[in-house]
Design a protein around this ligand. Structure first.
Ligand code: GLN
Length: 339
């Protein structure tokens, strides 16, 4: 018999490291599949058609290992999970001071589509509610619409490590029904918070919400942030290290809409959710987690997604303020500290 090649031994090592993680994720999947509360978003037909039992979980380590269970390859529109990443793109191009002059970093305590702006400064509360996200999208670089959409998609591609596409049906539905977002954008134009190219910026915003991803992609995006901005699979830099903490801070305080405070208390990790039923979570320096399950609670967060993240945080002591220190590989992290 011939000696195993380097590739064989690498694959064997990966299999032995990921097997316990996979069985842990599978057990958590089995635990929460019967959780049948919540309602699928129904403001556009593309989201209303989602099956309530679609359910996937993926974890990607800063070492590039990915472990996934359930419907982790199912494609869906990224929706609001896009918002911190577009904020990152704007930060890279305009710097922190300019961003802060256009969008504040304060939790709003309001629903994601609130039309309220800060009374004193006319700034949106933060980049993760629609107003702040539209103001951020206004800052996507490029001298015309085509260049701006190319830059937007290239940014996502650096995070996921492969080409991404916009779901045309979702985009058209978002555009047809997006009157509230249009009203928010015009209000911000009235206050001089965005440039006078509202239609173009809204088109871009609707495109960014309609980018197709799966659970695995989101886990790799989260792992890229966990890894200081470098995609752990491709080695490509998606964002400079100095801006990663800006994104994570905002995700910690504002990423889960008006559930952000409770989320910080219960789960204790930077995260972002979206109406298609995804939650992306970052464990800095360690790994990224993504859960996809379309039924949403009354705050617009995936019911199973919140449950899975609570469980993972509790079982493995992942809360940012947990007085538990561990470092190492994905396999090391997935040693339960509680049953
Ligand atoms: N497309 C949605 C909107 O702008 C995104 C909202 C979300 O995921 N919360 O209303």
């Amino acid at each position: 018999m011939s000696e195993p090649s380097d590739l064989d031994s690498l694959l064997n090592r990966m299999r032995s490291a990921t097997a316990p993680i996979r069985s842990t994720l599978q057990a958590i999947y089995d635990q929460f599949l019967p959780l049948r509360s919540g309602t699928v978003a129904n403001y556009i037909p593309e989201l209303a058609a989602a099956e309530p039992d679609w359910f996937g979980i993926a974890v990607a380590g800063v070492d590039g290992q990915v472990v996934e269970v359930g419907d982790s390859q199912h494609l869906f529109s990224i929706q609001s999970v896009s918002k911190p990443f577009v904020y990152g793109l704007a930060l890279e191009n305009h710097g922190r001071d300019h961003l802060l002059s256009k969008v504040n970093v304060e939790p709003s305590g309001e629903a994601f589509n609130s039309i309220m702006l800060d009374e004193a400064t006319n700034r949106p509360f933060n980049p993760l509610v629609n107003s702040g996200a539209i103001a951020t999208t206004d800052l996507v670089p490029g001298s015309n619409y085509t260049e701006r959409i190319k830059n937007l998609l290239a940014m996502f591609e650096n995070y996921v490590g492969h080409p991404v596409f916009v779901d045309n049906a979702t985009f058209i539905s978002e555009r047809t029904t997006g009157h509230r977002n249009r009203a928010i954008a015009h209000l911000m134009l009235n206050f001089g918070m965005i440039e006078d190219r509202v239609d173009e910026t809204l088109e871009l915003y609707f495109q960014q919400c309609s980018v197709l991803v799966n659970c695995r992609d989101l886990a790799v995006m989260a792992a890229t942030l966990a890894n200081g901005g470098v995609n752990p699979i491709t080695g490509a830099r998606a964002i400079s290290t100095e801006h990663v903490k800006d994104l994570l801070s905002i995700m910690y305080s504002c990423g889960m809409y008006d559930f952000a405070g409770e989320w910080g208390y219960l789960v204790g990790l930077p995260a972002k959710s979206g109406v298609s039923g995804a939650i992306l979570v970052v464990v800095p320096g360690k790994f990224g987690i993504a859960v996809f399950s379309p039924p949403l609670d009354e705050r617009g967060n995936s019911v199973r997604g919140v449950a899975v993240c609570r469980e993972l945080s509790h079982r493995f002591g992942l809360h940012a303020f947990e007085a538990h220190f561990s470092g190492g590989t994905l396999a090391d992290e997935f040693r339960p500290i509680r049953s």
